[in-house]
Design a protein around this ligand. Structure first.
Ligand code: BGC
Length: 272
């Protein structure tokens, strides 16, 4: 293929509890320009091991221009490039200067953001939240529950609504897709838990739209019709690629607004 130039293209890497995946992204169309490279998350999810896997993935993405921006998203609160929590990865991430750690290992700048924020941003720019006004809550149902709050196309970073306390406990342990798998729940049993979760979100936020992402969103017909909500609820358009796309798109934002997601991020396409 012809190597595209830097401004059109960025690399997105999505670090998850079970897998780490990356691809080269066309920022105009939101399409992947390369195969998606996926490697299992190393046992224990320790920083050094994850940096090693990310380095390997980048080595395989040979189609990207050498200086294409790199965005990495991660399942934790990320403030100023520092990881502040670690629900499904090693506790060694808590308080770590994660962005700097990757920059030192790779010898170049990167942008490091929360995974659900990246997914939310991708849906605003390329997917189900594009051209939608009002308050949108994106949830990703995977190892944990990730959430992004989007208001009139602006992302409010680091919402951790997967950890809402419902029935006396952290509800992602009950309602994430990993709970369905771990407890071998039928779609309808799992949907009962999702019903409780989205009803609580409805009560607290009165959103205009729910977007449901994560790998399981490809099977949305099995569980979304079982939910009885007043709020419209739709599957993520970008399915499991949203993290990659959003991380890549955020990395290409001008510095200062690129979504260390410290300040709200926006893109002309998201100006509603
Ligand atoms: C983490 C979030 C993350 C979500 C999805 C949760 O356990 O606290 O930061 O976005 O999982 O990976």
């Amino acid at each position: 293929m012809t190597t595209p130039n830097k401004t059109d293209v960025a690399i997105g890497i999505d670090i998850g509890g079970t897998g780490i995946k990356g691809a080269v992204v066309d920022l105009a169309s939101g399409e992947l320009l390369s195969d998606r490279v996926k490697i299992a998350t190393p046992e224990g999810g320790k920083p050094k091991d994850i940096v090693g896997v990310v380095t390997k993935i980048l080595e395989k993405l040979t189609d990207a221009p050498k200086d294409a921006p790199i965005g990495i998203c991660f399942p934790a609160v990320v403030r100023n490039g520092r990881t502040m929590s670690a629900a499904n990865v090693s506790k060694k991430w808590i308080g770590l200067e994660a962005e700097a750690l990757f920059e030192d290992a790779l010898g170049r700048d990167i942008v490091f953001v929360n995974d659900a924020d990246a997914a939310g941003y991708a849906e605003v720019r390329f997917g189900a939240a594009k051209d939608r006004k009002g308050l949108i809550l994106l949830t990703t149902l995977g190892t944990g529950i990730g959430t992004a709050i989007i208001y009139n196309g602006m992302l409010v970073p680091n919402a951790e609504l997967g950890h809402l306390q419902i029935d006396g406990g952290d509800y992602e342990l009950q309602a994430a897709y990993s709970a369905k798998e771990r407890e071998d729940l039928s779609w309808s049993k799992w949907a009962e838990r999702l019903q409780k979760y989205y009803t609580e979100l409805e009560k607290l936020f009165s959103p205009d739209l729910f977007i449901v992402g994560g790998g399981v969103s490809k099977s949305y017909e099995e569980f979304l019709p079982l939910l009885d909500l007043t709020t419209e609820i739709v599957p993520a358009a970008l399915r499991n690629n949203a993290g990659i796309l959003g991380a890549a798109a955020l990395a290409a934002q001008p510095r200062g607004n690129e979504g260390s997601v410290e300040s709200p991020v926006e893109h002309p396409a998201a100006q509603l």
